[in-house]
Design a binder for this molecule. Structure first.
Ligand SMILES: *[C@@H]1O[C@H](CO)[C@@H](O)[C@H](O)[C@H]1NC(C)=O
Ligand SMILES: *[C@@H]1O[C@H](CO)[C@@H](O)[C@H](O)[C@H]1NC(C)=O
Ligand SMILES: *[C@@H]1O[C@H](CO)[C@@H](O)[C@H](O)[C@H]1NC(C)=O
Ligand SMILES: *[C@@H]1O[C@H](CO)[C@@H](O)[C@H](O)[C@H]1NC(C)=O
Ligand SMILES: *[C@@H]1O[C@H](CO)[C@@H](O)[C@H](O)[C@H]1NC(C)=O
Ligand SMILES: *[C@@H]1O[C@H](CO)[C@@H](O)[C@H](O)[C@H]1NC(C)=O
Length: 451
C-alpha cells in the first residue's frame, strides 16, 4: 500500500474496486483508512467507570424484562439438540468448509432482539427498526455434494465445551462474534457476567462470562493490534498510535494460558495512523500523516505481518498453554458510494453470489499474510506441541454486504446516528454463521483427536 494517507490532514479513501459483472454494474468504494476514525468513535474504550456503569445498567434493564420475553418470541426450532456430539453426523472432513455459497434458510434466525438481551445497541438492528428481514435467512453451503455445515446447536456446543474456555483476542469485531455466540447459546442458558473491572486490572472493553452449569468460560480481551500499543496523545482520540511491533501485548498474553481455545482476529486498527517501534526504538510510521515527515514510511504489509509474527511467537513461547489457537481471518467492510464519513452506506438486502464480487487487493494481501504467518506458527508448533488452526472466514463474509447495521445500530453513548456502520455486523445476522463454523472446527478438535 502506498502512503495514501500522507500529505493530507483528513482520512483518505482507498478505492475498492469490485468486479463489475453481469447485472451488477456497480463500483463499490470501501474505505479502510477512514474507518480508523469510525473505530475511534465507536470502540475506543471508555473510562472504566463510565463503561461499567453503562454496561451494567444495560444488563440490569434487560434482566428485568428478560423472563417475560424469553418465551414470547418464535425462533428457529431446536430439534437436533438432544443428540450428543458423537452422534452429530460426521461431516466429510475432506471438505473445505469455507469455500461455498450462501443458500436460503427459512428456519433462521435462531434468536431475536427480544430473546437475547445482551445484544449491544450498536448492532441491534431489529431493535432500531431495520425494515427488511431477508438478510436473516441464509446459511452457508460448502462446495461439494457431501459437504454441509450444520446449523449451530447450542446443546452440542455446551456439551463439547464442558470444563473448557474460549478467549476472543483482538478488536471489536471479535466482540461482535462473541455476542453472537452468547445469543445463540441463550436458547439454552445465559452466562453470568463477571465484572471486568473488579480489581481494576482488566481493560474496560473486556468481558468475562461464565456458564456455571457447564464450567465453561468465555472472555474477550481487547487487543486491537495484538502487540503492545498506546495512543500517543490520550486527550486526542485521532492522534497516532504507538505500536511496539516486536512486543506482544503482555496484557492478554499473560492471561491466556488457562484458556482451551483462543480466537485471534485483528485488522481494522492497522489502518489508523501509527508510530511503529521495534527494539524500543521508533522505526517509522506504517500509516502516516503530514505531521510525520521526520519518520520513515514503513511497509504497511510488513508491519501487519510482524504483529502476527510477534503474537504467534509469544503464544508458542507460553510454558503452560495447552490450547488451540484459531486465526479468524480478516472480514471486509462493505461501504458503497463513498467513505463512511462521506455518506457511504451498505443498503443491500441480500448476499452476493460468489461471482458478483471479488476480494480487493488490500484485503486479499492481508489475508495472505495472515495465512502465511499462521503457517510459520504451525511449523513452530510442531516443536512446542501447540496447535494453530485457520478460521478462514474472509470469503464467506465478503459475500454479505447485507449484514451490517448501516444506520440501524446505535453507538454507545450516542443517541444520534451520524454515520453508517458497514463494518460491524447486525445480531442476529450473518455473523451467527461464524459460530456454525466454530462448532464444526471445535468438534474436529475434540472428536477428531479422541477417535
Ligand atoms: C418459559 O418456558 C419454560 C419452559 O420452556 C417455562 O419453564 C417457563 O415458566 C416459561 N416462562 C414464562 C415466563 O412463561
Ligand atoms: C422435532 O422433533 C419432534 C419430536 O421430537 C418431531 O416431531 C419434529 O418432526 C421435529 N422437527 C424437525 C424439524 O425435525
Ligand atoms: C481460504 O478461503 C479461500 C476462499 O474460499 C480459499 O481460496 C483459500 O484457499 C482458503 N485458504 C486456505 C489456506 O485454505
Ligand atoms: C425489538 O424490536 C422491535 C422492533 O422490531 C421493537 O418494537 C422492540 O421494542 C424491540 N425489543 C427490545 C427488547 O429491544
Ligand atoms: C467427501 O467429499 C468429497 C468432495 O465432495 C468427495 O469427493 C468424497 O467422495 C467425500 N468422501 C466421503 C467419504 O463422503
Ligand atoms: C536493541 O537496542 C539495543 C540498544 O538500545 C542494542 O544494544 C541491541 O543490539 C538492539 N537489538 C537488536 C536486536 O537490534
Amino acid at each position: 500500500m502506498k502512503n495514501q494517507a500522507g500529505g493530507v490532514d483528513r482520512p483518505v479513501a482507498i478505492p475498492f474496486k469490485f468486479q463489475q459483472l453481469g447485472t451488477l454494474p456497480i463500483r463499490i468504494t470501501l474505505t479502510f483508512i477512514s474507518l480508523a476514525l469510525l473505530l475511534t468513535l465507536i470502540v475506543t474504550p471508555l473510562p472504566p467507570s463510565t463503561f461499567q456503569l453503562f454496561f451494567t445498567r444495560q444488563l440490569i434493564d434487560h434482566h428485568q424484562s428478560f423472563d417475560s420475553l424469553r418465551n414470547s418470541t418464535k425462533v428457529g426450532s431446536l430439534n437436533s439438540s438432544q443428540k450428543s456430539v458423537a452422534e452429530r453426523p460426521k461431516e466429510n472432513e475432506s471438505c473445505d468448509l469455507f469455500s461455498g455459497e450462501w443458500v436460503p434458510n427459512p428456519e433462521a434466525p435462531y434468536y431475536t432482539n427480544e430473546s437475547c438481551y445482551i445484544i449491544p445497541d450498536q448492532v441491534n438492528c431489529m431493535r432500531f427498526g431495520r425494515p427488511d428481514s431477508d438478510y436473516l435467512r441464509w446459511k452457508w453451503k460448502p462446495d461439494g455434494e457431501d459437504c454441509n455445515l450444520p446449523i449451530f446447536d447450542p446443546h452440542q456446543f455446551l456439551e463439547l465445551m464442558r470444563g473448557k474456555s474460549i478467549a476472543f483476542v483482538g478488536d471489536s469485531v471479535g466482540g461482535n462474534h462473541m455476542h453472537s455466540l452468547i445469543c445463540l447459546l441463550s436458547r439454552v442458558v445465559y452466562p453470568e457476567f463477571i465484572s471486568p473491572n473488579k480489581n481494576g486490572r482488566d481493560r474496560p472493553a473486556d468481558e468475562h462470562w461464565v456458564y456455571k452449569d457447564y464450567n465453561f468460560h468465555i472472555s474477550k480481551f481487547w487487543a486491537p493490534f495484538l502487540v503492545r500499543s498506546e495512543i500517543s496523545d490520550p486527550s486526542d482520540p485521532g492522534s497516532p498510535f504507538r505500536i511496539y511491533i516486536d512486543e506482544c501485548d503482555q496484557y492478554w498474553i499473560s492471561k491466556i494460558e488457562r484458556y482451551s481455545y483462543i480466537i485471534i482476529s485483528a485488522s481494522q486498527w492497522f489502518f489508523k495512523r501509527t508510530l511503529v517501534y521495534e527494539n524500543k526504538t521508533l522505526t517509522g510510521c506504517a500509516v502516516c500523516d503530514q505531521q510525520q515527515t521526520n519518520v520513515a514510511k514503513l511497509d504497511f504489509y510488513l508491519t501487519y505481518a510482524k504483529a502476527f509474527q510477534t503474537a504467534f511467537k509469544a503464544i508458542n513461547g507460553l510454558k503452560d498453554f495447552k490450547g488451540v489457537t484459531f486465526l479468524r481471518t480478516i472480514l471486509t467492510p462493505h461501504y458503497e458510494g463513498g467513505a463512511w464519513n462521506e455518506g457511504g452506506n451498505c443498503v443491500r438486502i441480500e448476499p452476493f453470489k460468489r461471482k458478483e464480487t471479488s476480494l480487493e487487493y488490500l484485503v486479499s494481501e492481508m489475508h495472505r499474510i495472515q495465512v502465511k504467518e499462521l503457517r510459520v506458527a504451525q511449523e513452530e508448533g510442531q516443536k512446542t506441541g501447540l496447535r494453530f488452526r485457520l478460521f478462514n472466514a474472509t470469503h464467506p463474509m465478503s459475500l454479505r454486504p447485507d449484514g451490517h447495521p448501516s444506520k440501524y445500530g446505535h453507538p454507545r453513548h450516542q443517541t444520534e446516528i451520524t454515520f453508517n456502520d458497514c463494518l460491524h455486523w447486525c445480531l442476529p445476522g450473518p455473523l451467527d454463521t461464524l459460530n456454525d463454523f466454530l462448532l464444526e472446527l471445535l468438534r474436529r478438535e475434540v472428536v477428531g483427536r479422541s477417535s
